[in-house]
Design a protein around this ligand. Structure first.
Ligand SMILES: N[C@@H](CCC(=O)N[C@@H](CS)C(=O)NCC(=O)O)C(=O)O
Length: 324
C-alpha cells in the first residue's frame, strides 16, 4: 500500500512500524483517517462549505479518478451515472488491486489506463497537486484540469457536488438530498457509516478479538434494524431513493462475495435478509448502476494476497451471488 511523506513514496515495510504504533494506541481498533482536499465545485464557482472557491461547474473541466473495488469511490461512480454526468466529468479507473506503489494504472488494460496524463500511479497525481504532500493516497479523487489540482478526495462531499452543482449543465434535476429530509439523511448516514460502511472494515481489520466482536455485533444489529425498516417502505427514507440509499449500496453489493468471508462478517449473508435483498436488487436495476458493479473484481480484490488476512491469496469460489 504505502503512503506519501513530504512528497516521497514510502512502501509498507517502512510504514509498518508507524502503523503498529497507531493500532497499539487504539487498543487494536482500525481507525480511519480523514481526507486532505476538501474544496467544492459549485454552480457559480463560489466557495462551498469548506476549502476555497474557484471551482465552477463546467462541462469537460473535471476528471474523476476511481477504483472499481473501492466502496467509497463506488458512490461517486454511481452518482456520475445516475446524475448523467458521464459526458461532463471524464473518468480514469486504476487497476482494482493495490500494490506496493499504492493504486496504479495498467497500460496493458485499456479499462485501467489513465488517458488524461498517462499516469503510472495515483501518488503522481497527488504530487502534481502538491509536491510536498504527506498522507494517504486514496481514491476517489476529483481533479480540476484547469487549475491542475485536486478539488476533493472525500467521496461523501463529491456526491453532494454531483447531486446539484452540474444541474444547469446536464438538465438533470433529480435531488437525492432534498432539504426537507437532510437532517434525517445525515443521521442515518452517520449510523450506517459507523456500523455498516466502515463497520465491515472495523471487523476485517481488527487486531484483537474484542475489537472484532464489537464491530461484528454492531454491524449485524444495524443490518437487522435496516431489514425491519425496509419491511415498511421501499427505500431507507420512504418511497424515493435518497443519498442514504446510494451510500449503502456499495457495502451491500460487496457483502456476500467480499466481506462475508474476507472480513469475517459471517453471522448471516445479505441474501438471508429478504427485504435488504429486494432493496439491493431494486437499486441495482436503476439505469446506469449495473455498469458500476463488478462482483468478480470485488471477490478477487477482497481476497487478494495479504500477509495478515490471506497470506496465500486464495480466492474462494463462492458464493454465487443472486443480484439479477
Ligand atoms: N475519505 C475517503 C476514503 C477513501 C478511501 O479510504 N479509499 C481507499 C480505497 S477503498 C484508499 O484509497 N485507500 C488507500 C490508502 O489508504 O492508502 C472517501 O470516502 O473518499
Amino acid at each position: 500500500m504505502g503512503r506519501l511523506i513530504q512528497g516521497q513514496w514510502l512502501t509498507d515495510d517502512k510504514l509498518a512500524e508507524l502503523e503498529a504504533k497507531a493500532y497499539q494506541a487504539s487498543g487494536g481498533k482500525f481507525e480511519r483517517g480523514t481526507a486532505g482536499f476538501r474544496n467544492w465545485i459549485t454552480a457559480d464557482g463560489s466557495a462551498g462549505p469548506s476549502g476555497t472557491g474557484g471551482f465552477k461547474a463546467e462541462a469537460g473541466r473535471y476528471h474523476l479518478f476511481a477504483a472499481l473495488n473501492c466502496p467509497w469511490a463506488h458512490r461517486t461512480l454511481i452518482y456520475r451515472q445516475v446524475k448523467k454526468l458521464q459526458a461532463v466529468v471524464s473518468l480514469s479507473l486504476v487497476a482494482p488491486l493495490r500494490t506496493d506503489q499504492g493504486w496504479v494504472f495498467d497500460r496493458n488494460q485499456p479499462r485501467f489506463r489513465d488517458e488524461l496524463y498517462q499516469l503510472n500511479a495515483m501518488y503522481e497525481l497527488y504530487l502534481k497537486a502538491n509536491p510536498e504532500y504527506s498522507g494517504r493516497v486514496t481514491v476517489p479523487v476529483l481533479w480540476d484540469k484547469q487549475q491542475q489540482t485536486i478539488v476533493s478526495n472525500e467521496s461523501s462531499e463529491i456526491i453532494r457536488m454531483f447531486n446539484q452543482a452540474f444541474n444547469h449543465v446536464t438538465g438533470d434535476t433529480q435531488d437525492f438530498y432534498p432539504q426537507a429530509l437532510a437532517q434525517e439523511i445525515d443521521e442515518l448516514n452517520g449510523y450506517i457509516f459507523h456500523h455498516i460502511n466502515n463497520g465491515v472494515y472495523k471487523a476485517g481489520f481488527a487486531r484483537t478479538q474484542a475489537a472484532y466482536d464489537e464491530a461484528v455485533t454492531g454491524l449485524f444489529t444495524a443490518l437487522e434494524v435496516l431489514e425491519l425498516r425496509l419491511a415498511r417502505q421501499s427505500y431507507l427514507l420512504g418511497e424515493e431513493i435518497t443519498e442514504a440509499d446510494w451510500r449503502l449500496l456499495p457495502t451491500l453489493v460487496r457483502f456476500d462475495v467480499g466481506y462475508f468471508s474476507a472480513f469475517k462478517c459471517n453471522l448471516k449473508m445479505l441474501r438471508d435478509y429478504p427485504n435488504l435483498s429486494r432493496y439491493l436488487k431494486a437499486l441495482y436495476r436503476v439505469p446506469g448502476v449495473a455498469q458500476t458493479v463488478d462482483l468478480d473484481i470485488y471477490r478477487a480484490g477482497y481476497h487478494s494476497k495479504s500477509p495478515l488476512r490471506n497470506p496465500h491469496g486464495i480466492v474462494p469460489a463462492g458464493p454465487v451471488p443472486a443480484l439479477y
